[in-house]
Design a protein around this ligand. Structure first.
Ligand code: PA5
Length: 449
């Protein structure tokens, strides 16, 4: 069984049930294309069966290594960019204490997981080194291609630092590489240096890889239950495979409704959540949908907001700006902890009407109030409801969004599994930095600058 539910009644003023149901033949066709591997990019469908295909042995191998890392390090630096870090960051943030960087390892009961190589900012990486100077740390370098510039640069620095501290052999015992099974610079290096490695399956692309060692290793090191995460994803895998009915299958419904809204000119989808721990679920989701759908002049532009915080920054635009947006709101029934508003005798802030109420209730009322206001402001709202934030529900949600993304991409008639547009900045950057073979491009760019 699954616990995630999709509610679309707050889109009814914008798309009729018959307009949504008109997508049923297309949805059925695209579910079949995924199942039979007849659609675009069909050599990248390994993620579809990951939750049911992963063995207990593989989970155990990841957990064993996580335990080993935890024994020797107070910090794990995860090096990766895009799909090689966003999934683990999303799950770790969703599950962690909000102030975990300020907790001791004993309080956290696990090493702190930090990230590197997800940008090329000098200050970020210099600060990282300053922080690591007095800490015992290990490194997980994650790159499917093994050639991506940002993580490769960060790894160069961290590898040298570890070798300086522990010698080559000691360093190699603190480095894990997650990469292609046979090719790429990182695989070659890992073989030469004798690093512990995990392979990313050939048929799983970066942004669909959170349920491989790419995501599972950092999540396990952070102390979270990867078995439950997989179980949640497996529940969604089984449920969503049973029947592609728009009425019964949340994946089918979400894919149909967002495409119906897109056809009505709602070209921007804002993922909203009322819990700061879900901020990086938004970042992960943006990459998943942005890189998968944004092709050939098509695609719903994915944005995200953290509410109620962003009601005081983006709220005006959502309520009253250009009417080309819809919202997808993640609603959580139960928080992990409770806080009750105390009574204040002086009541200078005039908030005693809230005394005795819980923050959770106030947050939920803010959510309901915002829902009505935004729908009345002509912003359709899709609700994705989960009972609580746990490994199980996050696992369900990951698989839900992945499959809906693939189906949506097929409806748009794009290949959801490639990312040709990502190359453009890289070639220009290489040319500007003087890489051999890029000389004439460099001249052309300098003329344009
Ligand atoms: O989804 C993707 O394929 C990309 O976002 C990659 O994850 C990202 O570019 C990092 O690539 P790599 O893991 O090869 O370093």
């Amino acid at each position: 069984m699954i616990s995630l539910q999709v509610h679309t009644h707050k889109t009814a003023d914008f798309v009729t049930e018959s307009e949504i149901n008109a997508f049923q033949p297309e949805i059925t066709k695209q579910f079949e294309a995924l199942k039979k591997k007849t659609g675009k990019g069909n050599d990248f469908l390994g993620w579809l069966n990951l939750p049911s295909a992963i063995s207990q042995d593989e989970i155990q191998k990841i957990e064993n290594l996580a335990k080993k890392i935890s024994d020797i390090a107070e910090i794990l630096v995860v090096i990766g960019i895009g799909g090689s870090y966003l999934g683990s960051k999303a799950v770790i943030d969703a599950m962690s204490n909000h102030f975990s960087p300020l907790q001791s390892k004993t309080e956290r009961r696990a090493p702190l997981v930090v990230f590197a190589g997800q940008n090329i900012c000098a200050d970020y990486h210099a600060d990282l080194f300053e922080m690591l100077a007095k800490k015992e740390y290990a490194v997980a370098v994650i790159s499917k291609s093994g050639t991506t510039t940002e993580p490769a640069l960060a790894f160069r620095l961290l590898k040298q630092d570890l070798e300086k501290r522990y010698g080559k052999k000691g360093a190699s015992q603190r480095i894990v590489a997650v990469t292609d099974s046979s090719k790429g610079a990182l695989r070659e290096l890992a073989n030469t240096e004798g690093y512990e490695t995990f392979s990313i399956p050939d048929d799983v692309g970066g942004r669909f890889s959170v349920l491989t060692a790419v995501g599972l290793l950092p999540i396990a090191v952070a102390g979270f239950d990867i078995g439950k995460l997989i179980e949640g994803a497996r529940n969604m895998q089984i449920f969503s495979a049973s029947k592609p009915s728009i009425d019964e299958n949340p994946v089918a419904r979400y894919a149909a409704v967002r495409n119906a809204l897109y056809q009505k000119g709602k070209v921007i989808e804002i993922l909203a959540a009322y819990h700061p721990r879900l901020q990086y679920v938004g970042e992960w989701w943006k990459q998943l949908y942005g890189e998968s759908e944004g092709k050939g002049g098509k695609g719903i532009f994915p944005a995200s907001v953290n509410l109620t915080s962003d009601l005081h920054s983006m709220g005006q635009m959502i309520q009253d700006g250009m009417r080309n947006i819809f919202e997808t709101v993640i609603t959580v029934q139960k928080t992990k902890k409770q806080i009750i508003v105390p009574k204040d005798e002086a009541n200078l802030d005039k908030l005693n009407f809230l005394a005795g109420k819980s923050f959770t209730e106030i947050n939920q009322m803010a959510q309901k109030g915002t829902l009505i206001a935004h729908v009345e402001g002509n912003v359709p709202n899709i609700l994705i409801e989960i009972p609580e934030i746990s490994e199980l529900t996050i696992g369900e949600m990951i698989y839900f969004f992945e499959k809906a993304c693939a189906v949506s991409g097929y409806i748009l008639d794009v290949n959801p599994f490639d990312q040709p547009g990502v190359e453009a900045y890289k070639t220009n950057m290489y040319a500007l930095l003087g890489k051999a073979g890029f000389e004439s491009l460099a001249e052309e760019i300098y003329r344009k600058l």
